[in-house]
Unconditional design. Sequence first.
Lengths: 282, 402
Amino acid sequence: MLVKLWQALLSGLSVGSVYALIAQGYYVTFITTGALNFGQGDFLMIGALFGVTCYVTLGLPYAIAIVGAVALLAIRTTLRHALSLSWVLSTVAVSIILKNAAVQIWGPEQIKFPSPFGDKVIHIGPAGIFPQELFIIFGSIGTVLLVQFFLKRAVLGKALTAVAYNRKAAAVMGINVQRMVVLAFVLSSALAGLGGVLIAPITFAWAYMGTVPGIKAFAAAIIGGLENPIGILIGGLAVGVLEQFFGIINSNLKEGITFLFVLLILAVRPTGLMGRKEIEKV
Amino acid sequence: MRARGWPRHAACSLIAGLGLIAASCALAADPIKIGFSVSLTGGTDDYGKAALMGFKLALKEYNAKGGYKGQPVEGVIYDDETKPAKGVENVTRLITRDNVLAIVGPVNSGVALAIIDIAQKQQVTLMDPIATAEDIIKRYAKEPKSYIFRVSLNDGIQTSFMVDYIQKKGYKRIGLMHDSTGWGQSGRDTALRLLKEANVNIAAGPEVFDQNDTDMTQQLTKMKDGNVDFIISYSLAPAGVQIAKSMQKVGVKVPWTSTWALIAPNFLKLGGKDLIEGIMTVTSYTIDHSENAKKFHAVVEREYAADAGDFHPVATAQTYDATRLVLRALDKVGPDPTRLEDRAYLKEVRRQMRDAVEGIDDFTQAVTKMKPRPFSADNHESLGRDSGFLAVWHNGKLVRAE
């Protein structure tokens, strides 16, 4: 039984850290604009497929593929925002467009994205894990912490946090709110792009790869608390591990359990596990 | 606004009216149509694309020999995106708007189970070239006239090859896994039944997984705990690769097979030849099993050279035979193309098409292993127990499993 739990924990952490990474994107845009970037899962897909083009087709190093995918999405989002903001409202439509575009460019089939770290299983105790999965775990957690550092310490990040805290006051203090909103979307898309290149060696890269992780990440964000980044990190990991744990009992339970958990959290703690309690002033 | 809008509205109606007249003129000269609805995108698109090759080849050859009474027969091709709802939409459209005489498709069992009801109710022959769920044929087998036919190895027959193999090799502890689609579930039921009939013990499972799952360690740990010596897993190519990978994680090293899902070229591409070494699959056709097959494969290679050999030979061959059976029936019925606009006549022709398909008894040029009389009143499965075998991936090639 212990062996099973240990394997489930390892597998769960690797799946969950991806959810956590995508969910951070929801968080960044939610706190600044109050909107959810529903294209998150599909930006991940674009990142992964662009990564395939860089890494597999063009033979560039993996690191370059990562930077390329992140930059592509960042630039793309900036351009879109330079033109208008109404796009925010159409992110679901955009996600459909992205899927169809991806099918046109890369085809509908799964594409193999060989892991730069090889395919040899690493055994940690009695359980096995692929080096890429370890990389995903550390990469995601590292990125989440880096984003936190940026928001709390860097001037630009502080400005973003200020906008999130109080839009009007931030504007009065001379912060360009519009620009910060754009930055938030750029950041969230870049996170998704990074996620795509990280997970593609495990999930394969294909046009529909973003849908389910996108939804699961959203669940993770709800569970952790949409306004608490550390909560989201824990929420993401929890969703991944929970799925695997329930898989031990019965593989039928795996899919539904996440959403059951979301309902439970919403009923008991509507602001999420680590969300601030709303205080009603009378 | 209203005063200005009205004449414009009238003008629009006029144009639309003219368009309708033009459309109905075009209808009179319409060629005879055969419908084709398969998955060209989505989970089973590998099969759909290969099936499309077979469909187009059959039509092309037929039309090159003069077509139907000098007129080329037209194929109306739709993509069901591997979604049952879309399949239903396609078939409804083929029957009510495109006025096809018969339909070839689909490739996905979930889609097939959703659309056979329409074909049966509307009395239009549905010739399924790929989908394997047993219920596709069984559901209407007891009706006086079933409109559903198949040129494929159904799950039961495929699973019986597995059970034969298990008995031949003397495996005692079988593990069972399946994906959560309709196909996976129906496969599970068949396997449970056949293994029980053969008195073979199921040591672990049935375990279920989602077709896009990336980690199968939980399911495989249970296989390991059950000490299985052979695994039957109803999984498509991507899930098959994930199973092979997760087996390395948990350290399960037993032979295993899926149905013919793992013949798909994408299985080799996604997994690589080392990972899939030794994994088994069912097949109904190899490119050299008969003279007809050899000749046919040469044509496929020539026609589709641009696809760089990215073939799914079995799917192409079965669809090629399926389409030719339909065209054969068309020749036998011999309808008057100018009268097909008349709904009552169209319906009558469609009914005759069904009877003609059932009665074909001189089909000797099949590329798959099928009898000259593939169907009869009480058998709508053209491929049976003697039409297939288990094959194993060895060094990136499929060879017969010994």
